[in-house]
Design a protein around this ligand. Structure first.
Ligand SMILES: NC(=O)c1ccc[n+]([C@@H]2O[C@H](COP(=O)([O-])OP(=O)(O)OC[C@H]3O[C@@H](n4cnc5c(N)ncnc54)[C@H](OP(=O)(O)O)[C@@H]3O)[C@@H](O)[C@H]2O)c1
Length: 286
């Protein structure tokens, strides 16, 4: 994690608000910026990612613990260690995710499974640990990072899109079940943001130059890359999420996207499917 805006321990101590947030996928991108913003707002932040070593340096006030959300033992270890740092968990923010680009045909079942294991089952593993704690506390906020791709599909990003659609459906039922226990659920639906880590951007192994989809894939992959490179400021999103978590009541959905990406979602919902398909295909495939 890179240093944030308030590095001075004294100032942080003054600001400590007595609340604890666990943040998954906090080693890069939106998870890292959200963890930093929460820390700056005075939260005790317990951050997890595969690349964290398991040590908890106090230097910048964030506790970093090793976490692989695809591995039940790792999730249990993370939760045990997090509870030893702070008995409460006021917010669970789930950002851990990977993305595999490839045609639907040439992405293997194993590659689909890997994305689902991280982006969807990983969230479920964490929630199953945290829900009993939040029910006992009679309070808690669960923030699940979805995506604009949780609402509409685009070509060659099928595994990721499927995983985020799964998150959207899962969260709706979850909120209905847990609200009576004082637990609030929020889906963050980001549009493109800069600065995501390359470790999490994968490509289907079978996507070679001889693929029947090669030309269309190249076009779409380049468009996806350009959109992310020209995306919004991830630090700003982190601060928005931290500000939202300060409120007593949080919204069930929070879309954080540029106007054109908001419009794409709106059109997806109102246009005939054939017209929507032509617009999106025309945008991604030249
Ligand atoms: N960036 C965007 O434009 C955008 C747009 C829409 C939605 N989102 C969503 O926002 C979230 C963050 O995306 P990002 O692109 O900013 O982040 P990113 O840089 O791709 O980071 C993903 C994080 O997930 C962690 N991670 C991956 N596999 C993991 C595993 N098995 N267990 C634990 N941690 C794991 C990675 O750390 P390690 O590799 O160290 O484990 C990293 O910290 C994701 O949920 C993504 O779907 C992002």
């Amino acid at each position: 994690m890179t240093p944030g805006r308030t590095d001075e321990k004294g100032l942080r101590k003054m600001k400590e608000n007595g609340r604890t947030a666990w943040v998954t996928g906090a080693s890069s991108g939106l998870g890292m910026y959200t963890a930093q913003a929460l820390r700056d707002a005075g939260w005790t932040v317990i951050a997890g990612a595969r690349s964290f070593s398991g040590a908890s340096p106090e230097g910048d006030g964030t506790h970093r613990l090793a976490l692989d959300v695809t591995d039940g033992d790792s999730v249990e270890r993370f939760c045990r260690e997090a509870k030893s740092i702070s008995a409460r968990v006021d917010a669970l923010v789930q950002c851990a995710a990977i993305l595999t680009l490839g045609s639907a045909e040439e992405t293997s079942v194993e590659e689909y499974r890997r994305v689902m294991e991280t982006n969807f089952f990983g969230m479920i593993r964490m929630n199953r640990q945290v829900l009993p704690m939040m029910r006992a506390q009679k309070a808690g906020k669960i923030v699940l990072f979805s995506s604009i791709n949780g609402l509409l599909g685009i070509p060659f990003q099928n595994a990721y899109t499927a995983s985020k659609h799964a998150v959207e459906g899962y969260a709706e039922g979850l909120q209905m079940e847990v609200r009576p226990f004082g637990i609030q659920v929020c889906l963050i639906e980001p549009g493109d943001h800069r600065g995501g880590g390359q470790r999490t951007r994968l490509r289907a192994a079978a996507m070679g130059e001889d693929s029947p989809y090669a030309a269309a894939f190249r076009s779409a992959a380049e468009k996806i890359r350009q959109d992310e490179a020209g995306g919004s400021d991830p630090a700003k999103l982190g601060r928005k999420v931290a500000k939202m978590l300060d409120r007593k009541t949080i919204p069930f959905r929070k879309r954080i996207a540029k106007p054109d990406q908001r419009l794409a979602v709106l059109l997806h919902d109102v246009l005939p499917p054939g017209l929507n398909e032509r617009i999106l295909t025309g945008y991604y495939i030249h």
